[in-house]
Design a binder for this molecule. Structure first.
Ligand code: AR6
Length: 169
């Protein structure tokens, strides 16, 4: 059984086996959580991302997939980068968002990570409404078979925290 925990704060301050990054396909950095993780984690993370781009992920990481790198100076062993979908009113991309959580847990299992910290993937720059993002995140983690013991959602602000709390209570 995976225990779900909620924390309000900055995910780059967390201690966990793996910290999930809401990246983009380029894997080369951006704003939001991605920017914060690269800033605090230091250049080792970007160096690993560049290696991934030079190897198997020449075209970038597809939406809904996940891949791990070192965590650099973060208090974690790995960063798991996943690419959330941009929210669309015309098209239901929920399964791609669910896939981010499934794939991140799959990568965590491959690594042997037992505690994993997640941000609210797609709920920032990619525009996903927070209540729906929280529902998909919590439902997917609950439904996914994994050896991860603790899935910790680290929510940046009170509104996001409350949205997740409504799903967990
Ligand atoms: N710790 C925890 N949560 C955070 C932090 C932080 N330090 N900073 C922001 N959030 P976003 P996305 C919250 O925009 O929507 C980047 O440019 C934020 O309030 O980081 O998946 C990438 O390179 C929101 O609730 O990710 C991509 O291009 C949630 O984290 C694009 O943004 C996700 O917001 C990805 O957009």
């Amino acid at each position: 059984m995976t225990t779900i925990r909620l924390v309000q704060g900055d995910i780059t301050r967390e201690s966990a086996d793996a910290i999930v990054n809401a990246a983009n396909s380029s894997l080369l950095g951006g704003g939001g959580v991605d920017g914060a993780i690269h800033r605090r984690g230091g250049p080792a993370i970007l160096a690993d991302c560049r290696k991934l781009r030079a190897g198997h992920y020449g075209k970038g990481l597809p939406t809904g997939k996940a891949v791990a790198t070192t965590a650099g100076n973060l208090d974690a062993r790995w960063v798991i980068h996943t690419v959330g979908p941009r929210y669309s009113q015309e098209e239901d991309r929920s399964d791609l968002l669910a896939s981010c959580y499934r794939e991140s847990l799959r990568v965590a299992d491959e690594l042997g990570a037992r505690t994993v910290a997640f941000p609210a993937v797609s709920a920032g720059i990619y525009g996903w409404p927070i209540d729906d993002a929280a529902r998909i995140a919590v439902e997917t983690v609950r439904e996914t078979e994994t050896a991860v013991e603790e899935a910790r959602f680290v929510l940046f602000d009170e509104k996001a925290y409350q949205a997740f709390a409504r799903q967990v209570d």
